[in-house]
Write a protein that binds this ligand. Sequence first.
Ligand code: MN
Length: 287
Amino acid sequence: MKLCRYDDDRLGVVVGDMVHDVTAAQDEIRAAAPYAMRGDAVIAALPEWRDRLEDMASKAAGKPVSEVSLLCPVARPSKVMAAPVNYHAHHAEMQADSAIPKNRPKNSGIGDQGIFLKANSALVGASEGVSLRFPDRRSDQEVEFVIIIGKQGTDISQDDALDYIAGYTLGLDMSLRGPEDRSFRKSIDGHAPLGPYFVTADEIPDPDDVRFKGLVNDELRQDAHTKDLIYGIRRLIEFATSFYTIYPGDVYFTGSPAGVGQVYPGDVIRAECNLIGTMDVPVHAHQ
Ligand code: MN
């Protein structure tokens, strides 16, 4: 099942190119969720609600996806995690690029650096786009495969990891280059677009076998496959939960494949995957 959030905080089930409005379910789920809960109530409720959502969607009139404004598919994650340097080819291109400051030892990888956090307030959907605050500095697109956590857990083994995943989406880990701490540079408003949809895990039975692409103005920059991840999906879950408890709706960027490059106001970044969908994210100057 594919879910989206759109327009004025509506929830939709996407079938083909049509969105079917199931906002009434979202209202009921949120109303029943305790204020003190950590994580996203709708993602947490999916196991219980999925059949009802499909039933409601089958009875709701559809609207073309092209006529709605897509928002971030998860409204309230407790955190946004992100893997650094998790493809060998991306590590090599970063080392070779003299315009990118080297803030860490030359050969350090994810195991040494750990994962990092992006601010939840950086999350947006495709319709909102990315705005660049520092036009004189370099900002790169990083199109990544993204995990959405389904249930609370910690100290999760690789064998059990997939049980904790609700589904997947695509994300842009937008990256201002420079000497500041990574979380500071990558948490600028709008620097974490997700979408176009949230796709439940049953539609992607092997997340280590997913091809996806990143394009800028129709030019192919990133042509990637999750089989090339240094830390695969299961190991990423094990690694994160050796430090953190994860909660339903938590977002986990799995790392950028090679092909990152500068973007400018007026550009359109496209993230596409035949198992998830395609989103076009416009780049603006900060107003
Ligand atoms: Mn990244």
